[in-house]
Design a protein. Structure first.
Length: 183
């Protein structure tokens, strides 16, 4: 209610606006901001009776944009992967200018907060938060990039070559010929 933002005014004036978006009711003196509305100047004018001149009061409504950190996302890699992961490609629709922090997953792997990158070598599943700071009264916006990490399977060390006769019927347990394999 723009009338509540000025004091001591006479009744019977008119409201005008410089700005766009939102819903402005000049008769009621109200404004409802909506996404995309611009900061606006509202002028309340009382027409003067000659020889008096018109008088006016102004109200400036500053509209801060609500930041958008995008939509959460995830990817799946192997723990021996040495490929650089750009965390900005895991989340979608984010505005630029945010900051990255690692929120879980320990300290393994190589995380570069300034670049928003992660090399998962030796790491466990890790989550990273992208944050854009809101200018009051807008709030901060965050999204989460999750890097799910699967362990590389290990089949063990090769066994020594075995030589048998083609007429042999002796059972050869292949599991006994390799070492260190996962079960």
């Amino acid at each position: 209610d723009l009338n509540n933002l000025i004091t001591g005014e006479q009744l019977g004036g008119t409201w005008t606006r410089t700005g766009t978006g939102g819903t402005f009711d000049a008769i009621a003196g109200t404004f409802i901001p909506t996404p995309g509305a611009t900061s606006s100047t509202f002028t309340y004018t009382i027409t003067g009776t000659a020889p008096c001149v018109d008088d006016f009061s102004e109200v400036i409504v500053t509209i801060n944009a609500q930041p958008d950190a995008g939509t959460n996302g995830s990817t799946l890699v192997c723990d021996n992967d040495t490929t650089l992961i750009d965390l900005n490609t895991i989340i979608t629709g984010q505005q630029a200018g945010g900051t990255w922090t690692r929120t879980s997953g320990g300290v393994t792997g190589v995380f570069n907060a300034a670049a928003g990158t992660f090399i998962p070598t030796g790491a466990t599943t890790s989550t990273f938060e992208y944050t854009l700071l809101g200018t009051a009264p807008c709030v901060n916006s965050t999204s989460i990039a999750t890097v799910n990490i699967n362990a590389q399977p290990y089949a063990g060390l090769d066994g020594a070559p075995q030589v048998v006769c083609d007429s042999s019927t002796t059972l050869i347990d292949l599991n006994n010929l390799i070492t260190g394999e996962q079960l």
